[in-house]
Design a protein around this ligand. Structure first.
Ligand SMILES: [Zn+2]
Ligand SMILES: [Zn+2]
Length: 291
């Protein structure tokens, strides 16, 4: 944990603290984690864009489907033709062997079922940003403390996280949001974001990221300078979504990765991920090295 503990000074900054309490109405709002019917979400891409245009005050959204860039590509095509009042970021939610990872600002799909180090390097090589979704959650494949420690110890430019969801209003994210916030503020010091992880239209914007500016470029700069903060709105109740729809979405969720990646690679990835949970022995300390 030394590698992370040493980062303490980069924890929750005065600037971020100020963002939390100051009047937020003049800050931009972004929801950078949204699913569609290309994966386990319930809405098509056109429905999603139309909904945000009509019913949200979000300035920036990212379409981030599981293990495919097709949803983001479709959104980009429609967004380019229409005069939407909000900005769009292309992204995807990559299943790595060490948990889910959001890749934002990408043009090419990122390979799934790779080690976190390899995935981070691939995202940064094409100029993308890497955000940890639903950190620490045990309800879905998520980055845990050991992986945070491992990446913090790498000390390589391309192998780092750019941000973390301090708020994620999906069922998987909600169970560990408070713990993740604490971890980031005490030890990680990553840019703090909030996302809905929406699988239903009504959930979009239920958690969001506040930033200075209104465009995707402003948001990117704010993340890089760690001047963002996450915030939580209201998540729709199950009764509002419809119990049948919720059950249907759960089923789609269980099928999402096997459907897009094939059953065999999905099952193999579970086995490899599980094997990787076992602690690896520390390398021998070079002779004469001081503690
Ligand atoms: Zn996820
Ligand atoms: Zn997600």
């Amino acid at each position: 944990m030394a590698a992370i503990a040493g980062e303490q000074s980069r924890g929750y900054s005065e600037r971020e603290r100020a963002l939390d309490v100051r009047e937020t109405s003049n800050l931009g709002r972004a929801d950078i984690h949204i699913h569609t019917r290309h994966g386990d979400g319930m809405a098509t891409v056109p429905e999603l864009l139309e909904y945000v245009e009509q019913f949200n005050d979000l300035d920036v959204i990212a379409v981030t489907e599981h293990d495919t860039l097709r949803a983001a590509d479709e959104a980009r095509e429609i967004h380019a033709r229409r005069n939407h009042r909000f900005d769009l970021i292309c992204g995807m939610e990559v299943t790595t062997l060490d948990g889910h990872l959001l890749a934002l600002f990408i043009d090419e799909p990122v390979a799934s079922f790779r080690r976190m180090e390899e995935t981070l390097a691939a995202i940064h090589a094409q100029g993308g940003l890497a955000i940890v979704p639903h950190p620490l959650s045990w309800l879905t494949r998520s980055v845990g403390v050991r992986v945070f420690e491992r990446i913090a110890a790498v000390g390589n430019d391309g192998v780092h996280f750019d941000g973390i969801e301090e708020y994620n209003l999906s069922p998987a994210g909600r169970v560990t949001s408070a713990k993740a916030r604490q971890l980031n503020r005490d030890r990680l010091g990553l840019a703090a974001l909030g996302s809905s992880d929406a699988h239903f239209l009504q959930s979009i914007g239920s958690a969001y990221t506040l930033f200075d500016g209104t465009s995707a470029a402003d948001l990117r700069r704010a993340i890089e300078e760690k001047r963002t903060s996450g915030a939580e709105g209201r998540a729709p109740r199950l009764s509002e979504l419809g119990y049948r729809n919720v059950a249907l979405q759960q089923w789609r969720g269980m099928m999402a990765t096997p459907r897009s990646m094939g059953w065999a690679p999905t099952i193999r990835s579970f086995i490899v991920s599980h094997a990787r949970q076992k602690p690896t022995p520390a390398p021998p300390r070079p002779e004469g090295e001081q503690r």
